[in-house]
Design a protein around this ligand. Sequence first.
Ligand SMILES: [Ca+2]
Length: 488
Amino acid sequence: MRAEGGPQVSVITRGLNIPWDIAFLPDGRALVTERPGRVRIVAADGRLLTTPAATVKVTTGEEGGLLGVAVDPQFSAGQPFVYLSLDTAGEYQVQRWRLAGDTLTYDGTPLRGVPADSTIHVSSRVRFGPDGAMYTGTGDAGQGSRAQRAGSLNGRILRIPPGAFRGGPQTPEVYASGLRHPQGLAWQPGTRQLFVTDHGASGFDGASGNDELDAVVAGGNYGWPVARGTNPGAFTGPAHLWVRTIAPANVAFVTQPASAWTGRALVTALAGRQLRLLGFAGTKVTEDQPLYSNAYGRLRAVTEAPDGSIWVSTSNRDGRGSPVSGDDRILRIVPPAGGAGPAPRPRPACPRPRPAAAAGAAKPGPLARRVAKSQRVAQLALRQLRRIEARADGSPLPRACPGRQGTVKATYRQLRITYRIAVSALRLHAGLANRLLGQAVTPPAPRLTLVGGSRTPATPRQVRRTERIAQAALRRADALARAVRGQS
Ligand SMILES: [Ca+2]
């Protein structure tokens, strides 16, 4: 299912209470966990069944309760089991439930005994890897040192081998360690690389920020609480870092074909109140765009549906949000049509920069060529600004042109590059004006102070200022081109 012209969002389910995770059954029904301890069913036609499939005894509040849900990889082959991760009686467990009709009944607990003596950093999703094993993440339960302590099951990615999860309590393999609160797990199609989202510090355990996407390998140690941010030291650093907190709740790859998003990953953000669209070159993250910023509030679950649409849940009733009528909701996003591979950048509906002055019949001389170059440099700065705007919001809906609306988002790094191009265009113009027209033009030195990290957002005022410089450069270059034509 693909949308022409851009992603389309609709609300498929309303009135849920903190939906935490979504898993589809082979017949198209969706299982949705609600944090207070209910498993709900959304029928294949989108109708929410009023009677829960299960009511599960959990310790709920803050980050604990009924959390993840996954369907047995052999569900269609006579293993009608559903696995639930949850917080109960002071520990984190993965339970197995048997589905018959629209009802789940308890069947066993393959994972138990992970300390969850706090309502924070309980974690996590339960997922099946491409190797058929069960994986789940565990949080540090509020005590960072547990993530590095030998023998601890906290701050880990745990693995239970194929089939063993259909038995009684297992001793899980510690697959990776050094994590704080790893909530999202997903494998990249093709490379089979496991990516895990991890929340960075939130004040009580360090300066807020440094949320991570980690490329997790067996035996890896991702550094928490010793290494944070971009300095991993002896540990494995993140594959991607959000210096400013977005609070990543889950990650899912778009696996189905014929979409501009195919092969990319979507990350839900709680505090960030947005979806992030990540692009990759191999396992390297090469693009990161915010989508739907502040449009739907806190976002938690993200799952690709069998029809290729993406289901995303709000989490506005979790005590940290601002619920609106209908919350919590499940949004159904139909990805934009397009080929596989890198997604085309959405194009803002802005007038394109004017083309370079048409060359006369005569072959342009060296000075005319330099004038044309000054026009191209100025145009490059303007194109760069439009690109920044396009990247700030993946929505291809028509948007205002840069500088006309205070909503353009750019990082200091992006803006600094554009600013330098614009200023170099002005300097080029001044040099040419001196030589061509005999004018004593002093290269202007407009100041734009850009202090901060490369990912620090620039202010709209700074973006507008950069655009004014670029437009001034283009005006001067055009005037110069006319003067050169007049002389020749
Ligand atoms: Ca880390």
